[in-house]
Design a protein around this ligand. Structure first.
Ligand code: F6R
Length: 361
């Protein structure tokens, strides 16, 4: 039940320190600081093909950045409804990975079955461990988010991201890309996520104030670079789903290739800007937007240097290792959608036209 919370979504957002902790513990050993051995021999794999829909697709894209960066393992991510009908060309050393909360999404399941029929090794990152995908795949990679009631996915998303980040580290170790010192550093960083997610939940008051203004907008842009790009798309999806405000997520560097034409004083821009190797690039993109009169909200650690120019509102996020930024920054993104929807008075847990599990194509 909802307990002290007004909606299941709010409750599920607050459960994330626990659900992330449980999921990480499936793949990593906190005591030894090591990634647990996997039945998939990552050293023998030459490509990962992730297949998913909606929020799980964005989790997959975050996974791609990690598999390539930390394991040197090529990774493609595709929307299942496209993948299953376009005759994709796959090599025998590919592992097909379905990512799904329910494990029942029709297009994802059909894609998984097709990959298996092609003779590929298959795995499923699923939250419902008895689901069709869990049974169909050769390997089950569980997430431990517990039952998710809110139609808009929150804790299942961060659990998927947790599993994929942990598996990327495991793959990096197996492929000799990560030595023991680096492994210990990355595992430690991942296990800091639950505490930092709890800290991010304290951004509540600041986010509520932003949401108050966002509720008046008809269009919102979310921007990010690196793993913050898929998170920007997830933020836009969340806002659309529950507040019915039109939103788009863009790679910050793509702005000048088109979307900057949309920028005016009525279009809020939400930027996800952790202090990572591309922070300065993002900050300069924001100056460009602010210079054109766009109201910018920059979610960044207080320690990040201020971009020059007026019109940039800062929301302070916790400092964190870049590996876990998608987990920590997921919280303000979810809270922003949540409070905007509450402000608009929509049905947060049961948004119009949406079903929790899409078992028809
Ligand atoms: C968004 C949302 C959907 C699902 C998508 C896949 O908040 O919930 O986009 O992520 O329908 O569902 P699963 O993960 O069950 O395959």
């Amino acid at each position: 039940e909802k307990g002290a919370y007004r909606h299941f979504m709010e409750k599920e957002v607050h459960e994330q320190p626990d659900s992330v902790q449980h999921t990480l513990s499936e793949y990593l050993d906190l005591v030894t600081g090591a990634a647990k051995p996997q039945s998939v021999d990552f050293a023998a794999v030459d490509r990962i093909q992730i297949i998913a829909c909606g929020t799980a697709f964005y989790a997959g894209q975050i996974g791609k950045y990690a598999f390539e960066k930390y394991a040197g393992l090529p990774c493609d991510v595709e929307i299942a409804s496209e993948f299953r009908y376009r005759s994709p060309a796959l090599t025998p050393g590919t592992v097909a990975v379905a990512v799904s909360q329910s494990g029942e999404t029709a297009d994802t399941l059909a894609s998984l079955t097709w990959c298996k029929a092609q003779g590929l090794k298959t795995a499923a990152v699923v939250n419902v461990h008895t689901s069709s995908m869990a049974r169909e795949a050769d390997v089950l990679w569980p997430t431990h988010a517990g039952p998710e009631i809110g139609v808009a996915s929150t804790k299942a998303f961060t659990a998927q991201v947790s599993a994929l980040l942990a598996l990327a580290v495991a793959a990096g170790v197996a492929r000799g890309k990560i030595d023991a010192t680096r492994e210990a550093e990355l595992v430690k960083a991942l296990f800091e996520a639950p505490r930092l997610i709890a800290e991010a939940l304290q951004m509540d008051g600041q986010i509520r104030a932003i949401a108050h203004d966002l509720a008046k907008a008809t269009d919102v842009l979310f921007l990010g670079r690196g793993a913050m790009f898929p998170l920007a798309m997830e933020g836009a999806l969340k806002l659309k789903e529950i507040s019915y405000i039109h939103a788009e997520g863009y790679a910050a560097g793509e702005l000048k290739h088109g979307p900057i034409a949309l920028v005016d004083e009525k279009t809020p821009i939400i930027a996800l800007a952790p202090l990572d190797e591309v922070y300065e690039k993002t900050a300069s993109n924001l100056q460009e937007v602010a210079a054109r009169g766009g109201p910018v909200v920059m979610i960044a650690p207080a320690s990040a240097p201020a971009p020059h120019g007026a019109g940039i509102r800062r929301v302070d996020a916790p400092d964190c290792h870049p590996l876990i930024a998608p987990l920590v920054y997921a919280v303000p993104v979810q809270l922003l959608a949540y409070y905007t929807a509450v402000q608009k008075g929509t049905d947060v847990d049961q948004p119009r036209n949406l079903a929790k599990s899409v078992t028809v194509e």
